[in-house]
Design a protein around this ligand. Sequence first.
Ligand code: ADP
Ligand code: ASP
Ligand code: MG
Length: 440
Amino acid sequence: MKVMKFGGTSVGKPERMLQVAELVTAGDEPVIVVLSALSGTTNALVTIGENIAKGDRTVAKQEIDKLQTHYQDFISKLVKKEPSIEKAKAIVAEHFEFLNIILKISFSEALSKDILAQGELLSTKLFSVYLEEQGIDHELLPALEFMSIDSYDEPQIGSIKIRLSQLLRKHKAKKLFVTQGYICRNARGEVDNLKRGGSDYTASLIAAAISASVCEIWTDIDGMHNNDPRIVKKTVPVEQLSFEEAAELAYFGAKILHPASIWPAQTYKVPVKLLNTMQPEAKGTTISEISESVGVKAVAAKDNITAIRIKSSRMLLAYGFLRKIFEVFEKYRTPIDMITTSEVAVSLTIDHTTHLKDILKELEPFGTIEVDKDQVIISVVGNEISQTKDIIKRLFGSIVNIPVRMVSYGGSPHNISLLVSAKNKTKILQQLNKGMFGLD
Ligand code: ADP
Ligand code: ASP
Ligand code: MG
């Protein structure tokens, strides 16, 4: 059995949904199809939630109506025969009625998650109606019945596997399943989600839970590129990556993959393929256990980084100092991304700043604290790059005019990270494209 995940743009237009139907029925192998919400929907739902939260119900209502019109238009082009038209209209009516009811009740965090879940519920139900109209046998699997996170917001593959297997056993004869990406239940049993871009994570978790032959991530680009195509003009697809390389790129900002989407597939040794819905014949990127070549493969940038420097002469020749500092971050459940040390100072970076104030207060007794906001981590990723000849010369040679705040080298054989001011992000990505890949 394989997993095929389609992102927002892949299902964002009626004609694209038809193409998805062709792709998922092309082979003989049973498939679990994971769908995102239609492109733009989750952003619109976020805006609706935010407006309800701040009490601006008129704006929220306008947004709901605008989105509803979009869906009415969408289904009028998606389905053509009478029973399907009625079914699609009823689905749209049901979900927008739900949003309109929410508008009237008092807002809560749990309710905002309910709002966000409507996108994936709509896309999968509408796709199911389309498949039915085409006479394509399939089963809709409700993700809320098997996808879950624990009290630390972590998905547990073991329990997902038990519930998903039970569901699949009920429909043994079926070869095509459709389910929602992104949405799940939390430890309190409420509707929750796997964070923005989380449908990739859903696909990988399902692939791990069923030990799929492959986890295919279908999107709007022909695989992982060597640099961020939103920023740099000339980028090229990378044919092959190891799980480690892909995980580093996803974590350090390559938007094509959700940051956590590699570990489930990696743990269960399921190869991942990144493919282009608009160009299905393109090779894309294959991600597997081995790395087929040595050297630099790609660079990525992670935004919204805050750097903290703790300077203290008490650090000199002392032991236990770092542990005490790390404990502060642990207490506030704030992950540290980069760290560099000297004999009298330590610099580290975080991207979750919810508890920054408390963290800084608790760090105060350790020494002088300096904070730099608006930083980006630039990661150069590849296989055994730290052993690649002249790597440092090429890397720093191509960015001589850009001040670097931190460097992390040698922590992983696959990654060299630099911390620079956000205002230099475009410049550094462009210059690295030339210096590391010879692309102008
Ligand atoms: P989907 O809706 O299918 O999940 P996303 O928008 O989340 O698609 O991810 C695909 C987008 O990721 C591409 O359109 C591209 O702009 C962006 N992207 C950023 N970095 C990279 C990269 N290194 N390689 C490929 N795509 C990238
Ligand atoms: N629809 C969700 C989002 O826009 C999940 C996803 O697309 O992966 O973040
Ligand atoms: Mg995505």
